[in-house]
Design a protein around this ligand. Structure first.
Ligand code: ATP
Length: 234
């Protein structure tokens, strides 16, 4: 699970996060919407321990991320807008490298191939250099790394921006698969369509606060765009 309590962050004069209480249970896909500057990336960066909170706490799988950063990091998969991989290595070599870094052990080639296939990467692409991959293919390697780590939580920051609708749809199916495996997923996104398609819960952030939450059973009925614009106008 992913949890925060009274989480606040002040950068100089800017209150980027303001007393955020968030709970994302195992198996949930929580899509966090919000205007530019609403605090979405800051929230994810605190959960990754890239940024220190000014006040409050954050936990991954009941591990306090500030108190036990290395243990917390072991439980997390992170997919930013651009997954950073070594361009001169192939997909499978990247996976091998990052998994051995995270887990301290090497996996067999057949297992690595299985993980890549599980993440939707074409088998023929596994041995090609990542420099020739599309953005969607790099995202898949990122997901394969998270699957290999058996991450309990997945943090995604605008992972579908720049993906074509079919690739975004495929990515959405992958996330659902991760959710079915019990991973707690928090995804910051501007993509309302994808959020509606993928989320089991949607949160809307404004000025550092989560001001509205919509649960799965209501997402289908909600005109998300209208709700979003209402929240932004309020
Ligand atoms: N390192 C930093 N130093 C100073 N201010 C920062 C820093 N990082 C973020 N901020 C400020 O904190 C606020 C929240 O930024 P954040 O990047 O979390 O928003 P966001 O919701 O992710 O926006 P976007 O949708 O544009 O990615 C903004 O006002 C931003 O300018």
């Amino acid at each position: 699970m992913i949890k925060t309590r009274h989480l606040s962050k002040i950068f100089d004069q800017t209150r980027a996060l303001d007393q955020v209480d968030l709970d994302v249970a195992s198996g949930e896909i929580y899509c966090l919407l919000g205007a530019n500057g609403a605090g979405k990336t800051t929230l994810i960066n605190i959960l990754l321990n890239f940024v220190e909170a000014t006040e409050g706490n954050a936990w991954i799988d009941e591990i306090d991320v500030a108190a036990r950063p290395r243990e917390a990091k072991r439980q997390v998969g992170y997919i930013p807008e651009q997954v950073t991989l070594y361009p001169t290595l192939s997909g499978i070599e990247n996976l091998d490298y990052f998994v051995s870094l995270a887990a301290g052990q090497r996996l067999e080639r057949t297992r690595l191939l299985e993980l890549l296939e599980d993440a939707g990467l074409d088998r023929a692409a596994a041995d090609r250099r990542v420099a020739k991959y599309s953005k969607g293919m790099r995202q898949k390697v990122g997901i394969a790394i998270a699957f290999a780590k058996e991450a309990k939580a997945l943090l995604l920051d605008e992972p579908t921006s720049g993906l074509d609708p079919q690739a975004a749809n495929e990515f959405s199916r992958l996330l659902k698969k991760a959710g079915e495996r019990g991973v707690a997923i928090l995804m910051a996104t501007h993509d309302l369509f994808n959020a509606k398609q993928t989320g089991t819960r949607i949160g809307i952030a404004r000025a550092g606060r989560i001001v509205k939450e919509i649960s799965a059973r209501d997402i289908g009925h909600a005109d998300l765009e209208a709700v979003y614009l209402d929240v932004m106008r309020a």
